[in-house]
Design a protein around this ligand. Structure first.
Ligand code: PLP
Ligand code: COI
Length: 361
């Protein structure tokens, strides 16, 4: 595109006192900043009209393709208030690359990484006062892209809108870092081989909701999906990857076979563990192994991880047939140590030896 972002500051941003009140207890995904970034795409023209402007509704024709065929993708990353007062982003290159991979899977025009990164930087620059200074607070950034062409034929759209919005957040789970209970669904699967499991498309989340509702009905916090072919192996949660910690300290997580999201937190933990000499295994984990391992003590800890949830210990696992507890049902020491180590990098409290942080100020 080569073109700069056109910047139109909000004529009436939220007043500082009101903003501070909102930042005191933002929850997750319900408070939004003053601005948004948008970039348009049309076949033959490429990406154009990059703008930073007041956050506002996006008017849509009722025949806009995304409303019918769900050609839509998104990302999730955070801007952190660093220990020295600056602002940093964690692994934005990885989010930009995954956004392109998701676009390709959904037959959409991939956004060049420099525009993805530029858009996020512009938004954090203009809305930087919205980064909460709470201990676990950050500014959650939500890039997204959808088919904006007004057309009802079933084919890849020729027009897209890319946008980024930002939401100050506290902890994802309102209870803090206490262990969650997990429901194993056998009635619903999330992604089959050849499907869209590895893409961050809205449709994956739409299909997960009924299973998540089933989890809540059964008194659990989150749902875990099994593989769609044999209903035997653990895939992932609705919005998080899964790890086990063996009694010898080995980290085990399901492999990237195309049915789970290649989580950036997942990749970071594997990299950090390997760098400190901790054994890591990417391999299939059956529900039987999880249950037997929890009972015998071979599996000492389990946790879920992702940008929104960071690391969240899994305390109990329940299905229609059974229930088992991991360890003593509390946060295990390896989970706690990895969580601290990751957050220390993200909040700039330790050396960024992997070169993961992008400093914005
Ligand atoms: N799995 C799913 C389905 C997700 O939505 C997420 C969240 O983005 C993750 C895993 C974790 O990915 P990441 O660590 O990149 O946030
Ligand atoms: C994230 O961790 O960024 C997610 O996308 C999970 C969920 C909020 C959809």
């Amino acid at each position: 595109m080569g073109e700069q972002f056109e910047i139109h500051p909000h004529p009436q941003p939220v007043a500082p006192a009101e903003r501070e009140a909102l930042l005191a207890n933002p929850g997750f995904g319900r408070v939004f900043t003053d601005h948004m970034v948008t970039i348009k795409y049309a076949e033959g023209k490429g990406w154009y009209d990059a703008r930073v402007e007041a956050r506002a509704p996006i008017p849509m024709d009722p025949a806009t393709a995304v409303l019918h065929y769900a050609q839509e993708i998104f990302e999730g990353l955070k801007a952190y208030r660093l220990a020295d007062g600056g602002v940093g982003l964690f692994r934005i290159d990885a989010n930009a690359a995954r956004f392109q991979d998701s676009a390709v899977r959904m037959a959409m025009a991939p956004l060049p990484a420099d525009l993805f990164i530029g858009a996020v930087r512009e938004l954090v620059a203009i809305d930087g006062q919205w980064i909460p200074s709470l201990p676990e607070g950050s500014l959650y950034l939500r890039p997204f892209q959808f088919a904006s062409e007004v057309f009802l034929g079933v084919r890849p759209a020729k027009e897209y809108l890319f946008g980024v919005i930002a939401s100050p957040v506290g902890a994802y789970f309102s209870g803090g870092v206490k262990p969650v209970s997990i429901w194993v669904t056998r009635d619903y699967t999330r992604a089959a081989p050849g499907g869209t499991g590895a893409a961050k498309c809205g449709g994956n989340y739409a299909t997960s909701l009924v299973a998540q509702a089933e989890a809540i009905e059964h008194g659990c916090d989150q749902v875990v999906f099994l593989d769609a072919v044999e209903l035997k192996y653990i895939d992932e949660l609705g919005g998080m990857n899964v790890f086990l910690v063996l009694d010898d300290g080995t980290l085990v997580t399901p492999p990237l076979t195309g049915t789970i999201l290649p989580g950036i937190t997942r990749d970071s933990l594997l990299t950090m563990a390997a760098a400190e000499g901790r054994p890591v295994q990417e391999r299939l984990i059956s529900l039987d192994e999880w249950r037997e391992g929890a009972r015998s003590g071979r599996i000492a800890e389990s946790f879920a991880c992702g940008t929104a949830a960071v690391l969240t210990p899994i305390g109990t696992v329940r299905s229609r047939e059974e229930e088992f507890t991991i360890g003593d049902g509390q946060t295990g020491p390896v989970t706690a140590a990895l969580r601290t180590a990751l957050m220390d990098i993200q909040w700039g409290r330790t050396t960024d030896r992997h070169g993961w942080m992008t400093r914005l100020s």
